[in-house]
Ligand binder design. Structure first.
Ligand SMILES: [Fe+2]
Ligand SMILES: [Fe+2]
Length: 203
């Protein structure tokens, strides 16, 4: 990794920060970015698309009011309104990402690809490229990650056991890469141990 690239990634995080702090999404973004690096390493793919797209994928939540967002948010959110708001965060996010990347003189061809992926990162059921699959996988790996799992349980007022059961029943359908599937399986095993330790008062 060149120093120049590392500096660019850091700059992107700084640019994304005001948008991500509206809903408290910086940790989600950092965790997803860490997963995307593992996925890039094991699955291949263009980091010039994947890293910026992961860092900017949720900036669109910033256009919605926090009270409105809670209806659309989380693994348990469903229904027409949730879907409508979800679409807004995708389209607005794609536009904001374009703006940010243009302002940093990023390659216009890559900007196009990145914003197209952001515009369907949650709603699109398939992945039209390896990179799109990696971005979607990195986003969803948050759910079973240590930080993500416990943060979402608290934020969505869910019983950790319920959340675990929900994720464990469904996670196998979410991923495009075998690396992500394996990682999520390992993460969930670790969450089960933590839940058990909490129950027995070991932590
Ligand atoms: Fe999203
Ligand atoms: Fe996300």
């Amino acid at each position: 990794m060149t120093m120049q690239w590392t500096g660019f990634i850091q700059r992107l995080f700084e640019e994304a920060n005001p948008y991500l702090s509206v809903r408290g999404d910086m940790e989600h973004t950092r965790v997803s970015h860490d997963y995307s690096l593992i996925l890039l390493q094991r699955e291949g793919g263009d980091k010039g698309i994947v890293e910026p797209a992961v860092i900017l994928h949720d900036v669109g939540w910033s256009v919605l009011e926090p009270e409105v967002i809670s209806a659309a948010f989380g693994v348990l959110a469903e229904g027409e309104e949730a879907e409508r708001l979800n679409r807004i965060h995708e389209t607005e996010g794609a536009a904001i990402a374009q703006q940010i990347l243009h302002s940093l003189d990023y390659d216009p061809v890559l900007i196009q690809k990145i914003s197209a992926i952001i515009s369907r990162h949650d709603s699109g059921e398939n992945a039209q490229s390896l990179e799109e699959g990696l971005i979607k996988d990195a986003d969803k790996l948050w759910r079973s990650s240590k930080i993500g799992f416990w943060q979402e349980a608290e934020r969505q007022h869910l019983d950790p056991k319920e959340l675990y059961r929900y994720l464990n029943e469904r996670y196998k359908e979410w991923f495009f890469t075998s690396t992500a599937l394996t990682l999520a399986g390992e993460d969930l095993k670790a969450r089960a141990k933590e839940i058990d330790a909490n129950r027995r008062g070991l932590t």
